[in-house]
Write a protein that binds this ligand. Structure first.
Ligand code: LLP
Length: 425
């Protein structure tokens, strides 16, 4: 069900007109729909019902505490990539026993922190990382539960910046080296290999590459079992894409269909391997949980007609939403109210001093100064990737629940942006 829609000529989030939010909280502001968030999470949870499975939300997509709290209450685990993200999980009341720790560069301090909270698993990406983790765990008198991120070398067919499962990527252990790397892990006294994982890329619309990766992981689970290394779980990573609304875009695979196909393969494997040890399945979705639950609300500051292009200069910028500048990502732009001005083709740009500072290009808009626009499907990798470039305070974030609007992060004040700095004494 759409949770952002036009009603009486005004774009709403649930039962709340976005114009009301702009009046009350100003712009730029990220607006999230609670109902959309829960609906997206439930699509995963429902498809996992009755199965030994865990959904570990990849919180890098959006780590606002309100979102983490709602998901934690729904039973979510979390996929983290830093000590800071673990502290957020704890602050939001999440359960560290449902946390998996991904990333190629975990520091000693981050390992210590995660071990002290007894997280579910470290998703290890290299042999030096295994050795470091073994040492840190040994010094703490702990046993670290590890999974190896295996690089299955399948082509995820997505943007090169967000494809991660190819040989040329920095991520994971090469498929051909995986067995030997597991043997190393199993031989280290303070590590216990418990899982296997992969993550082949993001914004995948088709699940065929994911299922191809699954087949390769299952092959390894069997080979490891034959050597007496019996794993508890298999982690499919994240990657399911969303519909950004560009003309001609293919629809993403339905979450329920993808998960059903994963479980069917796991069942077939268990039947064929004579009922071998049970294998929990973990998913690490980010974008599919939050992508379409948020919009970035912004105000038109000026219209600037040009010789070759017309510019619609808004108060949000690349520091608020980097995806267009960084990946040439296409984001849908909607007018909060239909305008009466003649429709013209505009590039929607921000006030930052770079030509790369654009949010959308060549969009037909009938806007006037002071109008409100919403950049749609901005809930994932929006606020979390924002910065203070040009000494711009980061946007406010609100969450709508029906007619109620909760401020879940207040706007940063300019003085806060340099409060940590000092001049030479
Ligand atoms: N697990 C791992 C190990 C990951 O690296 C990622 C995302 C995920 C899970 C979640 O993937 P998702 O379900 O969201 O596709 N900033 C980019 C996307 C970067 C994705 C990085 N890794 C963007 O805005 O498109």
């Amino acid at each position: 069900m759409p949770h952002f829609f036009h009603l009486d000529g005004v774009l709403h989030a649930e039962s709340t007109p976005l114009s009301r939010i702009a009046e009350e909280f100003g712009t730029p502001t990220y607006v999230y729909s609670k109902a959309a968030l829960l609906e997206n999470f439930d699509a995963f949870a429902d498809a996992c019902a009755g199965r030994d499975a865990l959904v570990c939300y990849a919180m890098k997509a959006n780590s606002n505490l309100a979102i983490l709290d709602l998901l934690a209450r729904r039973g979510a685990g979390f996929d983290i990539v830093s000590g800071g993200e673990l502290l957020r999980v704890i602050a939001a009341g999440g359960d560290p026993a449902k946390v998996i720790f991904s990333g190629v560069g975990k520091t000693v301090d981050e390992m210590r922190l995660a071990l002290s909270h007894d997280i579910l698993c470290f998703n290890v990406e290299s042999i030096p990382e295994l050795h470091r983790l073994n040492e840190v765990a040994g010094a703490m008198g702990k046993q670290a539960r590890v999974s190896l991120r295996v690089n299955p070398n399948v082509d995820a067919r997505t943007h090169p910046y967000i494809a991660t499962g190819l040989k040329a990527n920095k991520f994971g252990v090469a498929f051909d080296d995986a067995l030997a790397t597991y043997r190393t892990a199993a031989a280290l006294p303070h590590l216990t290999p418990v899982g296997i994982d992969c993550h082949i890329g993001s914004q995948l619309l088709d699940d065929a590459p994911l299922l191809e990766a699954l087949d390769k992981l299952i092959e390894l689970v069997d080979a490891l079992g034959a050597e007496g290394i019996v794993l508890e779980h298999l982690d499919m990573g994240g990657g399911i894409g969303i519909n950004y609304g560009a003309e001609g875009d293919a629809a993403p695979v339905a979450v329920a269909d993808y998960l059903a196909r994963v479980f069917a393969r796991i069942d077939a494997w268990r039947a064929a391997s004579h009922g071998g040890a049970p294998l929990k399945v973990i998913f690490e979705p980010g974008r599919a949980i939050v992508g379409d639950t948020g919009v970035l609300l912004t105000t038109v500051e000026f219209l600037k007609p040009g010789a070759e292009k017309n510019f619609c200069i808004v108060d949000a910028a690349m520091n608020d939403l980097m995806r267009p500048a960084l990946y040439q990502a296409w984001m849908d732009v909607q007018q909060v109210r239909a305008g009466s001005a003649p429709a013209l083709s505009y590039d929607v740009v921000g006030p930052v001093c770079e030509s790369g500072d654009w949010l959308a290009r060549e969009r037909s808009l009938s806007v006037e100064q002071g109008d409100l626009l919403a950049i749609m499907q901005a809930g994932a990798y929006g606020f979390t990737m924002s910065s203070n470039y040009n000494t711009r305070g980061r946007a406010a974030e609100v969450m709508v629940d029906g007619e109620t609007v909760h401020l879940v992060r207040r706007r940063e004040a300019p003085a806060e942006l340099f409060a940590l700095e000092s001049m030479l004494k």
